[in-house]
Design a protein. Structure first.
Length: 756
């Protein structure tokens, strides 16, 4: 037994090396040939908004189609239809929409909190309305002859939310069992398409999550209901699948040597594949597909672009005539004025054409400016003795030179050279930076306060609105530039959809132009929020009118080997654990085994584990594919990013194990302990589609720096900071470079306006 347990632990803790994903082309579900044809008879989200925004009352036939889709719409859509359609819809239609909205609101309150003793009265609250709603749903569908596939008052999302509240009960009461029986029977009567939709919603459209759902759903206790249902048989018959039965995999069963969990995983993968038509239908009804940009260039812009290119060339020629070692000499002031004119010329280009920054000449100049502002930020931090930047720099110099060495603060050019040497990861980048006069001139931004707000979206582990990531930098930015920070109340180990909703709530509180900072998984959260707002109701779309810039810190939008490996490890751990426990089935009573299984089912359906699996899925390569397959993004928003390459001398002691594991997983590719340097960018690198092209065009690039993944953190890591970390100033690296250069480069090119 001890040997089995040690082998199981070795399997969990040892690195799992997976092959990197192969770049692939992904077509949005609603545009796939077979699925697109099935959507032709359904109204789209854009058509809903066009109906209520039009001047005439909605025709009865169209009104009927809207009502028959109502249960499949989002709450925000129903709110918009009711707010703008009061003079377009009939009173009967408005009453129906209000009723569906009230049902969705009630179910949403239930879905926001379930599991645990605090929600013990919940089954009673559900029973008050469940039977009546099901009866009304059935009556309405029978009156309409059931010809339309979306008829009804309850949609798959609502049924899934109500089912989930009962699945978390390890010992379900009679009332819970009755509620579950009603819901399961209702789901089956609605047909296979509806049933697949419910299962996909229960599993967050993820096979690993759905496996835990099926484990609980198919084996839930029914001993207190009058007529128990063979859920395995009935569900399998409806879906045309042979679902595994747990008794067959127990001791003495015909598949006793096989894994029940593995069999359920295979069934879940098949269900997710079969549910694609439902998911396409959901996207068609809830999300608008935006028209492709024509990208027409005006003659005026062409002249402005030529003027800007000439201004850049002239500034570079003047800058190259200056010398910077050992001190600045030559026409330094002329060069600074020439670059200032080049900045204004580029800003005029952006005024004429908001996507001008995507062109090669502009993007190259933007990237040079961003790096110049990064170097300037660190130089000023050292000169002004900000935070603990001076001790950090002294430590880095000592490491590189092999002995203690002082930093010459009075020699600005020598200080600049030192910072470039210790901060940037690659020799070629260091040489290019030191040869660039734009870097050497240390041009200060123009004075003034900015009309700008930052919305933050932090990573997997965050305290949300109470977080303190980059706190001092944000305070300095507000004091110097008047920039406010709105922290989104994202949660630790939450799904992309949950965090995206919290980001939307933060954006609603902003009354100025704004930019989004994403950190690690928070970058994917930010992109999910942008896509959901962009394709949502016109009111949601209007929230993005003020978005002017993105900034991604150590981006995980391309997934991580930790996420992909974690998903695979979870599956293998469950399989190995099940096989390990099979031995005890022959020596432990059947009652004890049943109670143990019920406890496992409840644990797998708990909010904590469901959210955790959903969060890990967003870090996996499969999760990334699902994000970018159907997403849409603004094409006029430039994306800056910061990415790191690990040096063993800057590695926090708490990250040593994780770093070594990751190094094995990525086969030695440069990384920051959690994402590789090639993937920590502002666009998808594994996906080929229009969304990926838009983000690639917006990605302004960056030169990798020597730092670890926890670079933006300080207070969050205090409890695991070791004495060695303090001696080596591991967490004292300059924080302002994560924020100030991004804000200032956007201000330099007119994306952020100055108030005074």
């Amino acid at each position: 037994d001890l040997d089995r347990l040690l082998r199981w632990l070795d399997h969990i803790l040892s690195p799992l090396v997976l092959a990197p994903p192969t770049p692939c082309k992904l077509t949005p579900l609603v545009e796939e040939q077979g699925l697109a044809r099935s959507l032709e008879d359904l109204p789209s989200a854009a058509q809903f908004y066009a109906l209520v925004d039009g001047p005439q009352p909605v025709e009865p036939s169209l009104e009927s189609r809207v009502l028959r889709c109502a249960a499949f719409l989002q709450q925000e859509q129903l709110e918009y239809l009711l707010a703008h359609g009061s003079s377009r819809f009939s009173e009967k239609a408005l009453a129906r929409l209000r009723y569906v909205r009230s049902l969705k609101n009630r179910v949403a309150l239930i879905a926001d909190g379930f599991g645990g003793i605090a929600f013990a009265p919940q089954p009673l609250a559900i029973s008050f309305f469940l039977a009546d709603v099901i009866e009304a749903d059935e009556r309405q569908r029978s009156e309409q002859n059931g010809h339309f596939p979306l008829d009804g008052l309850l949609g798959p999302e609502e049924v899934a939310a109500l089912l989930k509240t009962g699945l978390v009960k390890a010992a379900p009461s009679k009332l819970v069992q009755i509620n579950q029986h009603l819901l399961f029977d209702f789901m089956l009567r609605r047909g296979s398409d509806f049933c697949l939709g419910v299962l996909a919603e229960l599993g967050l459209n993820c096979a690993r999550v759905l496996t835990g759902v099926l484990l609980a759903l198919l084996n839930q206790e029914q001993d207190l209901v009058r007529q128990p249902v063979d859920r395995v048989q009935r569900l399998g018959d409806l879906l045309g699948l042979e679902l595994p039965r747990r008794d067959d995999y127990m001791a003495g069963g015909r598949w006793a040597r096989e894994s029940y969990f593995q069999a359920l995983m295979s069934a879940s993968e098949r269900v997710i594949e079969l549910a694609k038509p439902y998911w396409a239908r959901k996207l068609h009804l809830q999300r608008r597909r935006l028209a492709k940009s024509s990208r027409v260039q005006a003659l005026r812009y062409e002249r402005l672009a030529q003027d800007a290119i000439k201004a850049i060339d002239y500034a570079d020629s003047v800058g190259e005539s200056c010398s910077f070692s050992p001190e600045m000499q030559g026409p330094v002031d002329v060069a600074r004025r020439a670059y200032a004119e080049a900045f204004h010329a580029c800003a005029r280009c952006l005024d004429a054409k908001p996507t001008a920054f995507q062109e090669d000449w502009f993007k190259h100049f933007w990237a040079r400016n961003h790096e110049a502002l990064v170097v300037r930020s660190i130089v000023r931090n050292v000169q002004d003795d900000v935070d603990q930047v001076r001790p950090w720099l002294a430590r880095r110099v000592a490491v590189m030179q092999g002995a203690e060495s002082s930093v010459a603060l009075d020699d600005e050019q020598r200080l600049l050279e030192t910072i470039v040497e210790v901060q940037y990861a690659y020799d070629a980048d260091r040489r290019a930076l030191l040869e660039d006069p734009l870097i050497r001139l240390l041009i200060d931004p123009e004075p003034g306060r900015y009309d700008f707000t930052i919305v933050t979206a932090m990573g997997v582990v965050t305290e949300g609105v109470r977080g303190r990531e980059l706190e001092e930098s944000f305070l300095r930015l507000e004091a110097q530039r008047g920039v406010r920070v709105m922290r989104a109340d994202t949660g630790t180990a939450k799904t992309l959809e949950y965090n995206a909703q919290k980001i939307e709530e933060a954006i609603r509180q902003v009354d100025t132009p704004f930019g989004i900072i994403g950190y690690s998984q928070g970058c994917a959260n930010a992109l999910m929020a942008e896509s959901l707002l962009l394709t949502g109701t016109p009111s949601q779309r209007a929230l993005l009118d003020g978005l002017v810039a993105r900034n991604f810190l150590f981006s995980a939008i391309n997934g991580s080997a930790h996420g992909a490996g974690g998903n695979e490890k979870f599956l293998r751990a469950m399989v190995e654990g099940e096989l390990f426990l099979k031995y005890y089935q022959a020596v432990v009573s059947r009652t004890a085994i049943r109670h143990f299984h019920n406890t496992i089912h409840a644990a797998l359906e708990s909010r904590l584990l469901t959210d955790l699996l959903g969060s890990v899925e967003s870090l996996s390569f499969d999760g990334v594919s699902k994000l970018f397959r159907d997403a849409q993004f603004l094409e006029h928003v430039p994306t800056s990013h910061v990415r790191g390459v690990l040096d063993r001398e800057v590695l926090p002691e708490a990250l040593e194990f994780l770093s070594n594991v990751f190094d094995r997983q990525v086969r030695g590719a440069p990384h920051d302990t959690q994402v590789t340097v090639d993937s920590a960018v502002g666009h998808p690198v594994w996906i080929r589609n229009e969304a990926a092209q838009v983000l690639a065009a917006c990605d302004m690039g960056s030169r990798p720096q020597i730092c670890h993944h926890w670079s933006p953190l300080s207070y969050t890591t205090e409890f695991i900071t070791t004495e060695r970390d303090r001696e080596q100033h591991i967490y004292d690296l300059p924080k302002d470079r994560h924020v100030f250069p991004w804000v200032e480069v956007n201000a330099r090119f007119g994306r952020i306006r100055t108030l005074d």
